[in-house]
Design a protein around this ligand. Structure first.
Ligand code: PLP
Length: 387
């Protein structure tokens, strides 16, 4: 730090020129991210209420009330208006909180959590923090968790199962009904990670796509992660953790006595936390409503299928599986997919690379022209590789 500060104008200019090197969602080049431009209203609201601290809700009771309403609205979206929970920093914290509650509710010593190999790495972080052993089970031909493998992995140490509703790599949904039945049969907890799918799956049926079951309607589901900062269009940070009721959540509820607003009970990992995030989510849920989100999902799904059809027409390329949500996996049995990803990156496309495929997420910042321009570059790369 310098002894004497710089004028605000100079600092802003410097920041603008330094941040020029970052990708922007508006460029249409970011095809591999599950985040997007926050909605304008959410940006405005977020910037207006930066001082709100939900770590001290006694000082901000009105903001705390908005969080309760957000959880109720998300609960309704996930078929359970009685759900309890919090807006947290993201999917990672939400998944950790679910497993933390499972750990404290667990009467067994140690314990195992059965998780699909497709699960996000936040479950490894959670297991490492909480002393659980993660048992990773394989997938079926549709890249969903193999239900027979789940059954085989269950033993006296098993504490819980995890199902994914919108996998990180391909956006597919595990057979959550079957997982729910198994959880009930064996008296296990079941966490559903719908960090990505939570703002997509509830709208699919209404716009004519197949909509796999995944939410609290299935009585074995104990908790769900749903992230407003992915397909919810909220500013970062905004993840969501919802428990079926307060039974599990009470295991991660702590008294915090020292606050200016008076003693509280807190069920989040962090103390001081953003009220602005919560207010922004409240604004979006009320402004967009189901109708607004349905429109956004419809547009993303249309582009998902446009890209899918385009890829199928390129020699040597195919999709890993038919898309379920707005995620497409591009594979090739002929060309080296890593080389294709490198060439795409050289052309400025920010794509995500997985061991056997390139992941494209058709987020709201992508439009028709971006998809066409990407397909054109992909065709040229393949032509060049063919020689
Ligand atoms: C299915 C799933 N769960 C959890 C996460 C972690 O979310 P975050 O990066 O917000 O912590 C991701 C991230 O992409 C995800 O795809």
């Amino acid at each position: 730090m310098k002894e004497k500060g710089l004028p605000a104008k100079t600092v802003l200019k410097e920041i603008e020129s330094r941040l020029n090197k970052d990708f922007t969602f508006n460029s249409g080049k970011v095809l591999g991210s599950m985040c997007t431009n926050p909605h304008d209203l959410a940006k405005e609201v977020y910037a207006r209420f930066l001082e709100k601290n939900l770590g001290d809700p006694g000082l901000f009771p009105a903001t705390a009330q908005l969080e309760e309403e957000v959880i109720q609205m998300l609960g309704m979206l996930l078929s359970n208006p009685k759900a309890t929970g919090n807006i947290v920093t993201g999917g990672t914290e939400a998944n950790v909180l679910a497993l933390w509650a499972f750990k404290n509710a667990n009467t067994k010593n140690g314990g195992e959590i059965i998780v699909p190999v497709s699960a996000h790495c936040s479950f490894d972080k959670a297991a490492s923090l909480l002393g659980f052993r993660i048992i990773r089970v394989g997938l079926n031909g549709k890249f969903q968790v193999d239900i027979e493998a789940v059954r085989e992995a269950i033993n006296h140490k098993t504490v819980a199962l995890v199902g994914i509703a919108g996998t990180t790599s391909l956006g597919v949904v595990d057979p959550i009904r079957e997982l729910s039945d198994i959880a009930l049969e064996h008296n296990l907890l079941l966490h559903v990670d719908a960090a990505f799918g939570g703002f997509v799956l509830p709208f699919l049926k209404e716009i004519g796509y197949e909509a796999p079951e995944f939410d609290f309607r299935l009585s074995g589901v104990s908790s769900i992660t749903i992230d407003p900062h992915k397909m919810g269009l909220a500013p970062i940070p905004a993840g969501g953790i919802l428990f079926r009721n307060s039974d599990l959540r009470k295991f991660i509820t702590w008294k915090v006595p020292y606050l200016a607003g008076g003693e509280i009970e807190q069920a989040t990992f962090v103390g001081t936390r953003s009220g602005a995030s919560v207010i922004a989510v409240w604004a979006l849920l009320n402004h967009l409503g189901r109708e607004g989100y349905r429109r956004i999902v419809k547009r993303c799904m249309r582009l998902t299928w446009k890209l899918t059809e385009g890829i199928k027409q390129i020699y040597g390329l195919d999709v890993m599986t038919e898309p379920v949500t707005n995620v497409v996996g591009i594979k090739s049995d002929i060309f080296n997919i890593k080389l294709i990803a490198e060439k795409l990156r050289k052309l400025g496309w920010a794509v995500a690379l997985f061991p056997r495929h390139i992941r494209i997420v058709l987020m709201p910042h992508i439009n028709e022209k971006h998809v066409e321009s990407f397909l054109k570059d992909l065709r040229n790369i393949v032509r060049e590789l063919k020689g």
